[in-house]
Design a protein around this ligand. Structure first.
Ligand code: GLU
Length: 535
């Protein structure tokens, strides 16, 4: 079988939506599995919709996900402009391929399969309005083209004159009359569309000498020897035209196979997950944070603290069904196991809670030291940003002490989906509580609490081996010997250590903060409750 070649062909009109990343991912997986090539092509022929920075954003997003194109982007993450052995089809940016397309459009005119059209946009707007008033749709095709200004309706001389003297004309595809286009989609199977429902799409514009999406896309897929086109469902309505263009050029034999991916749906399943949904519903829809021209920032998975592995994994499963219960896949496993046949036809509903679950699973796979390093980096960033975490003295030392951070991490990681949650889950490990939850105090604080806490402390101070299981045993033995209630005693101790009733096991906390600090915390609680009785 010949080499499989697929492409991701985004238009740089803004940040890449997570659905776009999924399209890129499926293309990448398909190519890698087949030992083929994954190509990136920038489709920027619509200069009106061009957004500065979008191209760089797209490439950086893919790199963050671990998706590196074989062709189209160099090692520095730049779109390749000059052909080399590795990138034979450069330039990979359509605006720089401008010179290529006109002859293809003219070729179709020569074959009678396209024609020149001179109607101004005002003329067409007027017609549309007239049709609207009659409650009929206006279609530029065989039903109307003879009454419009084009090389089919006008005398040859006039066409010649207009071509030479005006510069606002276009080349339109001459949609065949009364034909059924039979198409095949790798995900959806057979599809049929009748050509009378379709219009004579513009292929090329004299005004900016640029092709439209349809022409550039077909010509480039042909020249770049693309074997499969895997793209979003929103391009399905263009498929009949694309089939007819391949036919018109006589390229049917090398025509790529098509696979249209279903949409990502909102969490409630009602409608497409749009670019605005993320900020509205409180989760990211973009891989990376994006700041628009107005200075508004949209959140990104990366900045929200997601691991790229988790993001890739969750995207892979939004529309692909592995056919087993398995949910966690590395990129290599996805490459091995992915198949277009198992891509689902229906829309894939996005579940933000499930997205967090994926991140939590990847977080748990990391070692405590790795996570502690990430925790330290997070603290440094927060410090640099001047945002959070007021600390000084001993706390400051602990926050940069990787051993201490590792111990803390091992205790809190089970409760976190993101490293950024560690601080709020563990702040009491660093900072002695100064306030105590009133409801918890009311419930557990009794007259004999000071004595109880002191005795518990005494039991700990005699320990040779200051480890959680020994600490636990000493606490329990002392509680039993004195006939105290286990729940009451442990919760009172927790109140001293944490200030409220959260956190991991009491003995674990004591092991991490140490005997001295435990003594200080007991004293602080007693002071606060007995107005200065002290230890
Ligand atoms: N430029 C199109 C886009 O922005 C490409 C569609 C296709 O893959 O054919 O999605």
């Amino acid at each position: 079988m010949k080499e499989r070649r697929v492409r991701f062909a985004p238009s740089p009109t803004g940040p890449l939506h997570m659905g776009g990343v999924r399209t890129a991912l499926y293309n990448y997986l398909y190519a890698k599995q087949a030992g083929g090539k994954f190509i990136l092509r920038i489709e920027d022929t619509d200069s009106q919709r061009f957004v500065p920075g979008a191209e760089e954003y797209i490439i950086e997003s893919l790199r963050w996900c671990g998706i590196f194109p074989d062709e189209g982007v160099d090692e520095n993450g730049k779109v390749v402009e000059k052909a080399t052995e590795k990138h034979p089809h450069a330039p990979y940016r359509q605006s720089q391929r401008k010179a290529i397309y006109r002859k293809y459009a003219e070729e179709l005119v020569g074959k009678g399969m396209a024609y020149y059209a001179f109607d101004s946009s005002e003329e067409l707007d007027r017609l549309r309005k007239e049709y609207e008033a009659k409650k009929e749709p206006f279609i530029y095709n065989h039903t109307t083209r003879k009454a419009l200004r084009n090389s089919i309706s006008l005398p040859e001389e006039e066409t010649k004159r207009l071509l030479e003297t005006t510069d606002n004309w276009v080349i339109r595809f001459r949609m065949p009359e009364n034909r059924t286009v039979k198409m095949n989609d790798l995900i959806r199977g057979e599809i049929e569309v009748h050509t009378d429902t379709l219009d004579d799409k513009v292929l090329w514009k004299r005004a900016d000498e640029l092709p439209t999406y349809h022409l550039a896309n077909i010509v480039d897929d042909h020249l770049m020897e693309i074997t499969e086109v895997i793209r979003g469902e929103e391009w399905l309505p263009s498929l009949p035209l694309h089939y007819l263009l391949y036919e018109a050029f006589g390229w049917q034999d090398s025509q790529p196979r098509f696979a249209h991916l279903s949409l990502l749906l909102k969490p409630d399943g009602k409608g497409k997950l749009s670019k605005r949904d993320g900020d509205r519903l409180g989760f990211p829809v973009f891989p990376l944070q994006w700041k628009n021209a107005e200075g508004e920032t949209s959140r990104g998975y990366r900045e929200d603290g997601y691991y790229p592995e988790a993001f890739v994994n969750l995207l892979a499963l939004l529309g692909w069904n592995p056919g087993t219960e398995k949910e966690l896949f590395t990129l290599d496993e996805l490459v091995r196991e992915f198949s277009l046949e198992r891509v689902v036809k229906s829309g894939a509903r996005f579940n933000p809670e499930k997205a967090k679950w994926f991140n939590q699973e990847y977080l748990r796979m990391k070692s405590d030291t790795e996570l502690a390093e990430e925790f330290r980096k997070y603290i440094e960033l927060e410090e640099a940003a001047g945002t959070a975490i007021g600390y000084s003295g001993k706390t400051r030392e602990q926050l940069t002490d990787i051993c201490f951070l590792t111990k803390v991490t091992s205790l809190v990681k089970e409760r976190a989906s993101f490293v950024k949650e560690f601080w709020h889950l563990s702040d009491y490990m660093f900072i002695r509580p100064a306030k105590f939850d009133e409801a918890v105090c009311r419930k557990f604080w009794k007259e004999d609490s000071p004595e109880m806490l002191k005795k518990l402390y005494d039991a700990l101070s005699g320990l040779q081996n200051f480890e959680a299981h020994e600490i636990e045993k000493a606490l329990k033995d002392t509680i039993a010997e004195n006939g105290w209630k286990m729940g009451v005693a442990m919760n009172t101790m927790r109140l001293a250590l944490v200030g409220e009733s959260k956190g991991p096991g009491v003995a674990e906390i004591i092991e991490v903060i140490g005997l001295e600090e435990t003594k200080e915390r007991i004293a602080t609680l007693i002071n606060s409750q007995t107005a200065g009785l002290g230890m």
